[in-house]
Design a protein around this ligand. Sequence first.
Ligand code: NAD
Length: 262
Amino acid sequence: SDALKTAIVTGSNSGIGLGIARALAAEGHNVVLNSYTDTDDDHALAREIAASAGNETVYIQADLSKADQSRMLVDKAAERFGSVDILVNNAGIQHVAPVEEFPTEKWDAIIAINLSSAFHTAAATIPMMKNKGWGRIVNIASAHGLTASPYKSAYIAAKHGIVGLTKTIALEFAEAKLAATCNAICPGYVLTPLVENQIEDQMKAHGMDRQEVLDKVMLQRQPTREFATVEELGGTVVFLCSDHARQITGTTISVDGGWTAL
Ligand code: NAD
């Protein structure tokens, strides 16, 4: 089972997904990058990773707000590489508003992309894992899969939901006697482009400088007062995909600087 594997990382042309894709590529695995766009930059990114890692990396466009495209992503990856052994469900979006003002279309999009897409990609991938008797599914949840904050109802509902989906898939893998696991990683704040953009907005909203926003607004719930990094998330996924992690299944791993210990 130390042979080369094929990995899909959803939502991986940016941020955490890209960090995870780079880490899996560095292990030599075939890697499928994905997002909803289909630009020259997306394909150039795949070529850059392949050139530096010496692996095969391809970019496959799929809009994961749609069930059929979520399943098609898995089908296209399997056509290209023969099967899918590692599935990392990472794609996600955020919207912040009180429940009574939360736009219905934002609720629907967040549930579709952050939760339902993981169900569809897993459903399309599991038969291949059953065939091989080996598999790894890693869902990128959040500290908000275990705790809540105001004004993030859809995100928190989706992230709690994906933790439940994770446990169920793990139990079905165990029933089927597969050397397959399913876990969720729960990051605290990670300094991705997404979060970087929020810093500017928060500086304006609070009349604070960058450091004040980081310390008093963003890292206020993260006891280490440090961001987790995309490299640390990549390393955690690589570990979960290793044979040492065989008995880690149906659980969550927090990479949150102590957030959920408070
Ligand atoms: P990001 O915006 O940098 O990355 C999100 C990725 O999802 C991008 O590649 C984007 O193109 C893709 N995506 C968005 N909508 C899509 C769609 N419809 N179809 C396909 N792909 C789509 O953000 P990130 O911070 O790297 O977030 C990645 C994951 O990590 C998300 O699930 C997020 O909830 C989770 N997370 C992030 C943090 C953090 O602090 N950054 C903390 C906890 C959890």
